[in-house]
Ligand binder design. Structure first.
Ligand SMILES: *[C@@H]1O[C@H](CO)[C@@H](O)[C@H](O)[C@H]1NC(C)=O
Ligand SMILES: *[C@@H]1O[C@H](CO)[C@@H](O)[C@H](O)[C@H]1NC(C)=O
Ligand SMILES: *[C@@H]1O[C@H](CO)[C@@H](O)[C@H](O)[C@H]1NC(C)=O
Ligand SMILES: *[C@@H]1O[C@H](CO)[C@@H](O)[C@H](O)[C@H]1NC(C)=O
Ligand SMILES: *[C@@H]1O[C@H](CO)[C@@H](O)[C@H](O)[C@H]1NC(C)=O
Ligand SMILES: *[C@@H]1O[C@H](CO)[C@@H](O)[C@H](O)[C@H]1NC(C)=O
Length: 672
């Protein structure tokens, strides 16, 4: 439907003249007009249909788009019945009936990013269809200084006054008579206080955004008369506390990025409809005191200063609030040392729990009735030494993030008890992996990863792992296994058996491996292998045709690449990283051919160099030619020829001498 039905402005004949007669001509349109004048004359002479050169505005059905044209007012020849006018990013200063070409039938007026500092009082009174009015990024603070009301905003439902330099009290001149206003943005102004009567002329408000102001004070009852208010955004202000939160009808409250130290609801037993509460990035020392009867689904208290889950400084005063509908709880980036199991008693619907980046040393869920619905637990970057899950606890848990802790010993069957676990991040700990047959005997300090029926993603990098026993992952359908950064890891040759049909990604980066004794060619699904930063001197063997699509061999000690292995790889390989290896130029012509002639992409080709005896510096692999190596072939040939010639000469010499002596002997005997 984006059909351009017409254009405004520079058409032939009277239209141009009428544009010229408006006071609101910009330099640009003038210039265009002068340029077009000869054309215009011929145009009139031929009385051809209106030309559509240089349309300043676009008309799409009843919508007119005049954005960014240096206009000071709307074109006078707006089509009759225009509903939407976009005059954004222009030079409008005075907003009057004249600026809008005396049209009043607008539904939507977009005037953002102009220089409006004056609005004709009563301008919107007759615009009974005007629903959306965007006045953001203007200079309405200047207008406010005149202390004149703009008059009734009869039908306006959505009003944007953001970025207008408005400070406290100034919004009153716009809101005093706004009976239909539902959606108001005052974002990015300089408001410091919300007075009791600020919104008294706009009682239909459902959503107010005050993001990015400097609000320090909200007078008692400022929002009380707004029965329909459901969304209030007070983020990025300077509010320090809320002590009697009583807005029962509010659904979304955003107090992120303030200086909140305290959030307390009234002790009423009314049902609060609040669904989302964002208290992130504040200075809260205590868990918020939430309404007793609530429907809260989303609570973000991340990046505060919580040291415990207590609601006040006095633990005895704590009253448990039921958070039966809570699905998402983020308490990351605080200073929590522990979370007692009882904290979760009243959270029967929780799905996501983020307590990462705290100082939690021990975490346990033993009661199987707790957290039955939780799918994600993020405990990363704490100081966990102990982790306990009871029999049948956490039956829905799919993702568990435990990276960056101090885990050394765990109950070795801990993960087998989580029937839904799919994704396990254990990097940066100190774990040891049990062998399959160790599971029941219980050697000290190991954790088993075999027979975890749904585990697909396992991250074990940076664990100081020393050995990877045979069948370590038997009966666990791993798709991704990250064993990187475990230098000196001794992998049993059967350590990956059982993963033949599931493993897709294998990461063995920075493991100090000098030769891989595990046969990767039995891993039929393997597509992505990272062996970078090791000490490999030969390529791992691929006996069968491989399925590998991406192989990273950067930063190893590879000199010669086995041609048969390259052939086994070539038909599936799409990406190969090979930089920083001491390759020999002329013994890798097979690889060279592959780089130059097959579809394999070598993203780090700039750093793939090889050593050539005739060059003091390593040569970039792309610059190597067959001839460079042929030449040295010829050299060798010459050497061989010379050597043979020498040998022949020596032999001949010997032969000659031999004959001589015989002759003499003969002579002697004859003479004797
Ligand atoms: C805007 O309107 C005011 C009041 O009507 C007038 O004094 C002023 O000159 C006008 N400014 C421009 C730029 O037209
Ligand atoms: C409210 O107004 C803002 C800014 O003008 C706009 O982005 C948002 O979509 C509007 N919301 C509703 C529900 O009308
Ligand atoms: C709260 O506001 C911040 C911006 O300051 C935004 O990033 C965040 O998503 C908002 N929270 C919610 C729950 O909408
Ligand atoms: C907390 O973790 C959840 C789920 O893992 C994530 O969506 C959220 O962004 C995290 N919070 C922060 C502050 O990063
Ligand atoms: C875990 O939470 C941290 C914030 O604390 C976040 O940065 C990280 O992305 C989260 N992890 C996941 C996988 O969501
Ligand atoms: C890495 O391997 C080299 C020999 O290949 C060995 O000397 C060194 O100790 C190993 N380093 C570690 C941390 O295992």
């Amino acid at each position: 439907m984006d059909l351009v039905l017409g254009s405004l402005g520079l058409d032939c004949g009277t239209r141009c003249c009428s544009l010229d007669s408006t006071e609101a001509k910009s330099k640009d349109t003038m210039a265009a007009f002068q340029l077009l004048f000869p054309l215009l004359a011929s145009c009139v002479a031929a009385s051809s249909p209106p030309s559509r050169h240089l349309p300043p505005c676009q008309v799409v059905q009843m919508d007119v788009f005049c954005s960014n044209l240096s206009l000071r007012s709307a074109p006078v020849n707006l089509p009759r019945g225009v509903q939407m006018l976009d005059l954004s990013r222009n030079q409008v200063q005075n907003l009057t009936r004249e600026t809008l070409a005396y049209h009043t039938g607008f539904h939507h007026l977009n005037l953002h990013s102009n220089k409006i500092h004056f609005i004709q009082p009563g301008l919107f009174k007759d615009m009974t269809d005007l629903k959306v009015l965007d006045l953001s990024r203007n200079h309405l603070n200047v207008f406010s200084l005149s202390k004149i009301n703009i008059g009734p905003l009869t039908a306006v439902e959505s009003l944007d006054l953001s970025s207008n330099g408005l400070y406290t009290g100034m919004s009153d001149y716009f809101l005093a008579d706004s009976p239909s206003l539902a959606n108001l943005s005052l974002n990015s102004n300089s408001i410091t206080k919300i007075a009791q009567n600020t919104f008294s002329g706009a009682l239909s408000l459902t959503k107010i955004s005050l993001h990015n102001n400097v609000i320090l004070e909200i007078e008692d009852g400022a929002f009380d008369s707004l029965d329909r208010l459901t969304e209030l955004d007070l983020s990025k202000n300077s509010i320090t506390c809320i002590t009697d939160f009583n807005l029962c009808n509010l659904k979304v409250l955003n107090l992120s990025k303030n200086s909140m130290e305290l959030f307390q609801s009234t002790r009423s037993t009314d049902l609060y409809k609040l669904l989302r509460l964002d208290l992130s990035e504040n200075k809260m020392l205590y868990f918020p005191l939430l309404p007793r009867k609530n429907m809260l689904e989303y609570l973000d208290v991340s990046r505060n200063q919580l040291q415990s889950i207590n609601v006040t400084g006095n633990p005895e005063k704590n009253t448990n609030v039921f958070l039966n509908d809570l699905r998402y709880l983020d308490m990351s980036y605080n200073q929590l040392k522990s979370i007692p199991e009882s904290f979760f008693y009243c959270m029967g619907s929780l799905e996501v729990l983020n307590v990462s980046n705290n100082c939690i040393g021990s975490f346990s869920i033993t009661d199987e009735r707790l957290l039955q619905t939780v799918k994600i637990i993020n405990l990363s970057y704490n100081s966990l030494q102990s982790l306990t899950f009871g029999e049948n606890a956490l039956q829905s848990l799919e993702k568990l993030f435990l990276q960056g802790n101090d885990l050394t010993t765990l109950d070795h069957q801990i993960f087998q008890r989580l029937p839904s676990i799919k994704h396990l991040q254990l990097q940066q700990n100190n774990l040891e992996i049990c062998a399959l047959d160790q599971n029941h005997r219980g050697p000290p300090d190991c954790v088993s990863f075999s027979s975890i029926p749904n585990l697909q993603f396992l991250y074990l990098s940076e664990n100081n792992l020393r050995t990877l026993p045979a069948n370590a992952f038997a009966n666990t359908p791993l798709k991704l296994l990250d064993l990187s950064l475990n230098p000196g890891l001794d992998m049993d040759k059967d350590s990956l058996s059982g993963l033949e049909y599931s493993l897709v990604h294998l990461l063995l980066r920075e493991n100090n491996i000098s030769s891989l004794n595990t046969d990767l060619s039995s891993l039929r699904s393997l597509k992505d292998v990272d062996l970078s930063t090791n000490h490999l001197t030969i390529l791992p063997m691929w006996i069968k045709e491989s399925s590998i699509e991406s192989l990273n061999l950067q930063n190893n000690n590879l000199v010669t690449l086995e041609y048969s292995t390259m052939l086994a790889l070539e038909h599936s390989l799409k990406t190969l990283y090979m930089g920083s290896n001491p390759l020999s130029c002329c013994s890798n012509l097979g690889f060279l051919h592959m780089v130059q002639h097959s579809a394999v992409v070598v993203p780090d080709i700039e750093t793939v160099t090889c050593v050539h005896e005739e060059y003091s510096e390593p040569v970039n692999i792309e610059k190597v030619t067959q001839e460079m190596c042929h030449r040295s072939g010829i050299h060798n040939y010459i050497i061989v020829v010379v050597v043979i010639a020498l040998l022949v000469m020596i032999l001949l010499g010997l032969l000659v001498r031999c004959c001589h002596t015989r002759k003499r002997k003969h002579n002697r005997s004859f003479s004797a």
